[in-house]
Design a protein around this ligand. Structure first.
Ligand code: B12
Ligand code: SF4
Length: 556
């Protein structure tokens, strides 16, 4: 399909809308791009958050009468929730075409079409062009089964049409639809954005590289730096966005070509005058962190670096095929601390090659990078997602357990399963790490606020002692959690008696949350006037400098 209007799109009159359903927390760029491309081709679009009550989603479907509903399944563990929603919509009279897209549907279209009989098709790989052609065909009442890049049930089984090439030039896509209220930190609004798509690495636990490698075309595509900065500028001026969250799989930094790209991006940012007014976050690998480059990025507004550190055990890093050493992980963390950049990390305490020794290596690693109380402890257990090399390896070895919504595996040492169970019954991991109200989330938010205040607000009196207070609370929380995990690892490896009562652990957690909220509220509300004034000053300044700009409106 060309980037312009398609044949079917031109002929349509008053087309019925396309409805897109997905997880909208922090804004969903996938759905945003799909919506903007569909609109560009003449399809009205209604984007619906899957977090809404199913009855509300049903009402929207009945009222809008879509020609097609597209479901975005980017989190595999939601599969049963999606299946139940599709069943309900179909049984309550929504008769239009149902399709689904995302990484998991792309790689596991056969089991998904089996599991969700209400699905008419699955869109594989990047969906912009395929979904538009599908919507064109269905709206025009023509045959849709020939559409490239889809899978559907044929008379003799599942049929997958040839994969559609990846979008060659990302700058040819319109900006993603962002028709929602941005989230804000202390009145500073945030939006997701991408500078590239794809990843050149091949970590064994990750489905991103298999997703992009399955379709023809260049795996990693970068946008033109000037175009990325233009999008940031538009969002800053028209929506008052001051915090940009780059959701690239791996921000382009390493090697001569991407190094040049990063240099041009920094130059463009300075030319645009955005540094000082906006800040941005990105995801990268630990082996990309290098002093000179990161100082330049920091000075151009980079304030937060997310790294998938994954493990503090050489053996696990090798199983995960991360191609980064423990030393590189440690160096990256210490360099970022040294140049005053906030960082966050992904970490897997357990993986299929785990031993009690690797668990202890991991705990030692976490204690060492977090010794100063700079961030909360966070970890998970590696899950063998569909489309990952490690999942296939576990299946070959007969160690794969669970199903699509909760894939799992057998450890080589069965005592590790008992350890994990014991850990879960002693520590409420949702309340500590994974849940929306978890102590790690609260601590992470407090530290994030500090980073935002330091970059986007005038200096606040007492910041140094607030930081110290936060460090003390974070250290206390980390020490408790790491002590429990370490002791339990000894309980299950050496048959030692457990000294932890779940109620005591929970009591410790609650005290951390209370102390944190008290300290945070005292500091932020104690400086409310300065924070509000800073937002007000910016409004006046931007109105004077840039008459057409819309100022941020949210207050702390
Ligand atoms: C941003 C992001 C988040 C954000 C926001 C998510 C959102 N609302 O969009 C936040 C921070 C909230 C988040 C949270 C989590 N995330 Co996350 N996240 C991402 C990330 C980095 C980028 C997503 C993105 O914007 N991509 C850019 C867009 C343009 O691409 P896209 O989403 O793939 O969409 C394209 C295609 O897939 C396709 N498509 C997608 N949907 C549809 C629908 C239709 C109808 C069609 C036709 C096509 C289609 O077309 C799109 C355009 O080309 C991805 C990694 C990744 N590369 O996808 C992980 C990722 C999706 N997250 C992941 C995970 C595990 C999580 C967490 C569980 C992490 C955690 N431990 O807490 C949580 C879960 C949250 C929850 N609900 O419980 C995993 C999911 C793995 C899986 N197989 O299930 C991913 C893939 C990262 C990874 N490899 O581990 N995440
Ligand atoms: S984990 Fe990160 S670096 Fe590894 S393949 Fe996935 S996106 Fe790339």
């Amino acid at each position: 399909m060309s980037q312009g209007q398609t044949e079917a799109g031109r002929e349509r009159e008053a087309p019925r809308p396309v409805m897109l359903v997905g997880f909208q927390n922090q804004g969903n760029l996938g759905l945003g791009y799909l919506a903007s491309v569909l609109r560009q081709h003449g399809h009205p679009v209604r984007v619906v958050d899957i977090e809404q009550d199913p009855e509300t989603i049903l009402q929207i479907a009945l009222e809008t009468g879509p020609v097609l509903v597209g479901f975005s399944l980017i989190f595999q563990f939601f599969v049963h929730r999606y299946a139940a929603l599709l069943r309900m919509l179909r049984s309550r009279g929504v008769g239009c075409h149902f399709t689904m897209g995302g990484h998991c549907p792309t790689v596991s279209y056969t089991p998904l079409l089996g599991l969700i009989p209400e699905l008419d098709s699955i869109v594989r790989f990047e969906g912009e062009v395929t979904l538009t052609e599908l919507a064109d065909a269905i709206s025009a009442g023509t045959e849709w089964r020939g559409t490239r890049g889809i899978a559907y049930r044929g008379p003799d089984g599942i049929i997958a049409t040839p994969a559609r090439p990846l979008v060659e030039d990302l700058d040819q896509l319109p900006y993603p639809d962002r028709d929602y209220e941005p989230r804000a930190v202390l009145g500073r609004s945030m939006m997701p954005i991408v500078a590239s798509r794809g990843c050149a690495k091949t970590c064994s636990f990750c489905s991103i590289h298999t997703f992009y490698r399955g379709a023809p075309g260049r795996i990693v595509r970068t946008r033109r730096p000037a175009e990325v900065v233009r999008e940031m500028r538009v969002l800053h001026e028209e929506r008052g966005i001051t915090i940009f969250l780059f959701q690239d799989d791996d921000f382009p930094l390493v090697g001569p070509v991407w190094r040049r790209w990063a240099g041009e991006f920094v130059d463009e940012l300075h030319r645009s005058g955005l540094p000082g007014k906006v800040i941005w976050k990105m995801n990268c690998r630990a082996d990309s962190v290098e002093r000179d480059l990161f100082v330049k990025l920091r000075d151009a507004g980079l304030y937060l670096v997310y790294m998938g550190l994954e493990s503090g055990s050489e053996q696990s890093l090798s199983t995960l095929d991360k191609r980064v050493s423990v030393d590189q992980n440690l160096r990256a963390v210490s360099l970022l601390k040294d140049i005053g950049l906030m960082w966050e990390y992904g970490f897997m305490l357990l993986d299929p090659s785990s031993t009690f020794e690797s668990v202890r290596d991991n705990l030692r690693f976490l204690r060492s990078i977090l010794a100063d109380g700079c961030l909360p402890v966070t970890f998970c257990r590696m899950l063998p997602y569909d489309g990952t090399p490690i999942r296939d390896e576990l299946a070959r070895a007969g160690r794969l357990l669970g199903d699509l919504s909760s894939p799992d595996y057998e450890f080589l040492d069965s005592r590790l399963s008992e350890f994990h169970e014991g850990l879960r019954s002693t520590v409420d991991l949702d309340a500590w790490i994974h849940g929306l109200e978890a102590v790690a989330q609260h601590l992470g938010c407090a530290w994030h606020e500090v980073a935002v205040i330091e970059r986007l607000f005038p200096p606040l009196p007492g910041m140094r002692s607030y930081r110290e207070e936060l460090r003390r609370i974070t250290r206390r929380s980390n020490d408790l959690l790491l002590d429990v995990v370490e002791d339990l690892s000894c309980v299950y490896s050496d048959g030692r008696e457990s000294r932890w009562d779940p109620a005591v652990v929970e009591g410790g957690r609650r005290r951390v949350v209370c102390d944190l909220l008290d300290a945070r509220d005292a500091f932020v509300f104690g400086h409310q006037d300065i924070l509000l004034e800073a937002l007000g000053i910016e409004m006046v300044a931007s109105a004077a400098d840039e008459p057409e700009a819309t100022p941020p409106t949210a207050a702390p």
